[in-house]
Design a protein around this ligand. Structure first.
Ligand code: HEC
Length: 202
């Protein structure tokens, strides 16, 4: 072996090592959904440390007026969280990566406590729902209901039948990107605009 070949050999060993380090650093942390028995979603107990997309206050979607007058309903905040690696992916591409998980948290709102005189702030948890983009489900998406605060389920099966039909209908017909309401999440909306991934009409 000539001297230059030896040097090349050493250089290559170093470069393979460096390549491994880069590959490891680029590997997204696995903060995607965890399941039991294949499709039963485990409630992500750290979702409050995820990326906060936005919150709506007392948003109602039903067009038909129901028996209970909407003005009499308690004003709930709806906080939306998404796992961090998927948020980063969305900001780079305008598309949710496979295994994106969203948590929708409903909280009571309150007013006139402490120094607060006007406006509303968030208080007790009311209920939690979730949505996952994951190729393991027949159409790539699944919706979950973890129930009400005080009796939250640790795991939830994907909703089926009429219950999920409502979720899918609204989350298909009225959503700005894929099955998600990006039109209400300002930073994600900007990314979707930039990458041209908004559905026509948005
Ligand atoms: C009539 C329309 C409508 C129906 C039905 C509906 N949603 Fe949504 N959903 C919304 C809107 C609007 C948002 C945006 C945030 C907000 O307003 O709370 C949203 C946001 C979400 C999000 C946050 C991620 C996203 O897609 O933007 C989750 C999770 C979610 N909904 C779960 C559900 C589940 C589970 C069901 C069925 C049990 C359901 N939704 C039914 C309108 C709907």
């Amino acid at each position: 072996m000539t001297r230059s070949n030896t040097t090349l050999g050493i250089a290559c060993a170093a470069c393979v090592g460096a390549g491994t380090v880069v590959a490891l650093a680029q590997q997204a942390p696995d903060d995607g959904p965890r399941y039991e028995d294949g499709t039963r979603l485990v409630l992500p107990d750290d979702y409050r440390e995820w990326t906060f997309l936005s919150s709506g206050l007392a948003m109602t979607y039903e067009e038909e007026t129901t028996a209970s007058d909407s003005s009499a309903r308690p004003q709930l905040f709806q906080n939306v969280f998404v796992n961090r690696s998927s948020y980063r992916g969305f900001m780079e591409t305008g598309v949710w990566p496979d295994r994106t998980t969203f948590v929708l948290e409903f909280r009571r709102s309150a007013s006139e406590a402490s120094i607060n005189r006007a406006g509303r702030f968030q208080s007790d948890l009311v209920m939690l729902e979730a949505e996952v983009k994951d190729a393991r489900f027949p159409d790539g998406w699944a919706f979950f209901d973890f129930g009400r605060a005080g009796a939250l389920a640790e795991t939830a099966d994907p909703l089926t039948g009429e219950r999920v039909a409502r979720c899918i209908e609204c989350h298909t017909r009225h959503t700005a990107v894929e099955r998600t309401f990006v039109q209400f999440y300002p930073t994600a909306l900007e990314a979707a605009r930039e990458h041209g991934t908004l559905k026509p009409g948005f």
